[in-house]
Design a protein around this ligand. Structure first.
Ligand SMILES: Cc1cc2nc3c(=O)[nH]c(=O)nc-3n(C[C@H](O)[C@H](O)[C@H](O)COP(=O)(O)OP(=O)(O)OC[C@H]3O[C@@H](n4cnc5c(N)ncnc54)[C@H](O)[C@@H]3O)c2cc1C
Length: 435
């Protein structure tokens, strides 16, 4: 059965009408993690109210994966956690509950079939994020989750007995609270970072936040002359000795003010934090599929024995012409120099630049163009087994608001769904256990 392309708009109920009732659970944020938390809790019979500041639910979900929604991947639990860095193990309990296979089963169960086309990325079968959103919205409707859109939560507190949630039209009380307000990336989707203040109001610490999964701005302007080209299997390495392990290989694209492409977006998570510390971050690029200095020496010897053509003709066999010209300029060499005339120090300088092209990152293009936020609510203050706050019983946090960010490839949505599910699945039972 095919799903409608545009998800049905959830009814914007008058929030004030909810104010009189005491809710089992208020979920703040109608994104990926909040909707799944609401579903998991409602399936267990909880009376749930979900509040979303935007005029519709799941706006970032809709934008995800070029509006096709790469909702997960097929990595094993351990490989998946490793890609989040040393904090990754925090995700273990959530992945035990909704790892990649169970996530696909979950979506299948709400009428969203999924496919894996490249052996790695999981997509909805329709390749449309609207299908994913429609599945989640329909399931919430089926379960009777009360939804209020256009409702910005302004403050949260606890009166000793219940949570108090304040919004422009008034306030209401709830036994438990899920903060699923996401991060700062893509502000037009509703991301505003409000959830950090809610967490802080209960005593939580917030780690420094940076745009991640984001194009980088460089001091050099030569990338602007190369925007027509994608360099496959480019190797990028941070040229700071202490941080030289920050490196990666993949497609790299030049932009008018720097670089982007999968390898750049993935490394930007760490470079963004380094920028804060160092002001600028030097990189070395290898744009010739890993050819090293010795490879180039042999190649130059071979060229010297061949036709006496200009250097740029030969370099053009390995690099787009504009990129080759830029690299010659860095090495201080005229690209029209005859290949037989290129010797000694000049040739060595060019070989060095071909092996390690220097580029200096001076900034990122900011949250407007970022996929995810690095940093967030400190993990040490949250129980990984339940996602309940260690500081405020009954408070749960899930999704991007927590200090976890993954690379591109379905990592961040999978975490948003899995963490939402864990929070929705365990709340209430925890409260019962606490008595
Ligand atoms: C362009 C783009 C493409 C992406 N593509 C992918 C992809 O293909 N695969 C992948 O895995 N990840 C992708 N990501 C990342 C992924 O979408 C996010 O990590 C994920 O959606 C986070 O889910 P969340 O529920 O934590 O937050 P969000 O989806 O951001 O939801 C939080 C919600 O809370 C609401 N909110 C905030 N403050 C308040 C408040 N005070 N009161 C009420 N509501 C509030 C917001 O409006 C928002 O709707 C992409 C991100 C972007 C920006």
């Amino acid at each position: 059965m095919s799903r409608p392309q545009t998800p049905p708009e959830p009814t914007a109920r008058d929030v004030a009408s909810h104010d009189l009732a005491i809710h089992d659970l208020a979920v703040l944020g109608g994104g990926a993690s909040g909707m799944v938390a609401a579903i998991a809790a409602a399936r267990r019979g909880r009376k749930v109210l979900l509040l979303e500041k935007s005029r519709s639910l799941g706006r970032k979900l809709l934008a995800s994966g070029g509006e096709r929604c790469n909702l997960g991947n097929t990595l094993s639990k351990d490989e998946y956690m490793e890609r989040f860095g040393r904090q990754g193990r925090f995700m273990g309990p959530a992945l035990d509950l909704l790892g990649q296979e169970k996530l696909r089963e979950f979506f299948h169960g709400i009428g969203v079939k999924t496919v894996v086309l490249d052996g790695f990325r999981v997509w909805p079968e329709t390749r449309k994020s609207t299908t994913v959103l429609a599945g989640l919205v329909d399931e919430m409707k089926r379960l009777g989750v009360a939804v209020a859109v256009n409702c910005t939560v302004e403050r949260t507190s606890h009166d000793g007995e219940l949570f108090v949630v304040e919004h422009p039209g008034g306030s209401f009380r709830a036994r438990e609270l899920v903060v699923a307000t996401g991060g700062l990336a893509l502000p037009k989707s509703g991301a505003s970072g409000g959830g950090y203040a809610f967490a802080e109001s209960f005593g939580h610490s917030i780690t420094p936040r940076f745009p991640a999964g984001v194009p980088l701005v460089t001091a050099e302007d030569w990338p602007a002359g190369c925007t027509a080209h994608t360099i496959g299997k480019a190797h990028v390495q941070v040229a700071i000795k202490k941080h030289a392990k920050i490196q990666g290989t993949g497609d790299l694209i030049f932009t008018n003010d720097g670089i982007r492409g999968p390898v750049v977006l993935d490394m930007s998570r760490e470079i963004s934090a380094l920028l804060d510390k160092h002001g600028e971050v030097p990189l070395w690029l290898n744009l010739c599929r890993g050819r090293n200095q010795e490879d180039w020496r042999q190649t130059f010897k071979q060229w010297a024995r061949g036709e006496p053509v200009p250097l740029i003709e030969r370099l053009g066999e390995h690099l787009p012409r504009e990129v080759a010209e830029a690299l010659c300029a860095i090495a201080g060499i005229d690209p029209t120099t005859g290949i037989h005339q290129l010797e000694g120090a000049a040739r060595d300088a060019l070989i060095l630049v071909l092996d390690k092209t220097p580029l200096t990152v001076t900034g990122t293009t900011g949250y407007d163009r970022a996929f995810v936020t690095r940093g967030g609510v400190k993990l040490k203050e949250v129980r990984s087994e339940t996602l309940e706050s260690k500081l405020q019983p009954g408070l749960y946090l899930c999704g991007e608001v927590l200090d976890l960010d993954g690379p591109c490839g379905g990592f961040n949505l999978q975490w948003a769904f899995a963490s939402g599910f864990l929070a929705g699945q365990t709340l209430g039972s925890e409260a019962t256990a606490r008595g």
